[in-house]
Write a protein that binds this ligand. Structure first.
Ligand code: LIP
Length: 266
């Protein structure tokens, strides 16, 4: 087993336990704990409880690694490995009872910023569907025991694309203008509400491409490795090619450049 596969195995076990906790809390009823960047940017008690569980399980097996999670303070490690965690990605879906949310866990090596890190392992687990997407660097991307591959190119009807809109209403006009620029290449557009699932669906060929402005590192860290291990391309606004708050774009090789240009308005 490679080091990446060892990290993947840890992430799988923890994601399954964390996902079951999230699913159980959802059935018990969800309470909003606070709002963050805007009144629409909510965090539930379950978000915090699930991240606490993930953090505790990682500390038990990998005590010297770093941690970067959505709901708690970042921690610097001494091993060069950082765990990038969104405990419940798709929080608004989760709060409304829409079964499209995921535990997203990635293990990255190097400086814990997307421009510099190398992702080694990734898990995106939807407890509502039971689907667990996983990847270890160099070992491909998988849905359970099915190896994943991005779509080589969109159908003649156009690309099936997905996007998202930020929590700040002031950004929505720009988001809608971006959709208008992209739609000429699309057959249709989906708004799933969880970036990690959007990226997992690109990796599995359920979408031809995905674009969104405003994502945090924990939203895309795991899903981006799924896409690249499935033969796809992930990028952003800068020449570094990394996803960032400015833009995240993912697609198969034949579609990526055109989608990125349209999304950025180049
Ligand atoms: C969400 C993303 C989604 C985006 C939402 C939000 P959260 O993350 O997964 O793609 O459109 O605005 O950022 O807040 O549910 O972890």
């Amino acid at each position: 087993m490679t080091r990446a596969q060892q990290l993947e195995a840890i992430a799988i076990d923890i994601a399954r336990e964390a996902g079951e906790l999230a699913r159980r809390r959802r059935t018990e009823g969800v309470s909003i704990a606070a709002t963050k960047s805007s009144i629409a940017d909510i965090v539930t008690e379950a978000d915090r409880e699930v991240e606490d569980l993930i953090r505790a399980r990682l500390a038990a097996v990998r005590p010297d690694d770093g941690f970067l999670g959505e709901e708690s303070d970042a921690a610097t490690g001494t091993t060069g490995i950082t765990w990038v965690v969104d405990p419940i990605d798709g929080t608004v879906n989760y709060a409304y009872g829409i079964p499209s949310y995921a535990v997203s866990i990635a293990a990255v090596e190097g400086d814990p910023v997307p421009e510099h890190w190398d992702a080694l392992a990734a898990v995106v687990f939807n407890p509502a569907s039971g689907e667990l997407f996983r990847a270890a660097r160099g070992e491909g991307a998988w849905l359970d025991d099915q190896r994943l591959a991005v779509n080589a190119e969109p159908s003649s009807a156009g690309a099936l694309l997905a996007t998202g809109f930020g929590y700040d209403p002031a950004t929505h006009a720009g988001d809608l203008a971006r959709v208008a620029r992209v739609m000429p290449m699309a057959r249709d557009l989906r708004r799933i509400g969880a970036a990690s699932l959007d990226l997992a669906f690109v990796a599995s060929g359920r979408l031809d491409g995905y674009f969104e402005r405003g994502l945090h590192p924990w939203d895309h860290a795991a899903g981006a490795l799924l896409v690249t291990e499935a033969g796809g391309v992930v990028g952003g606004a800068g020449e570094s090619g990394s996803p960032s708050r400015a833009m995240t774009v993912a697609a198969g090789p034949a579609l990526f450049d055109a989608l990125r240009r349209a999304a950025l308005g180049d």
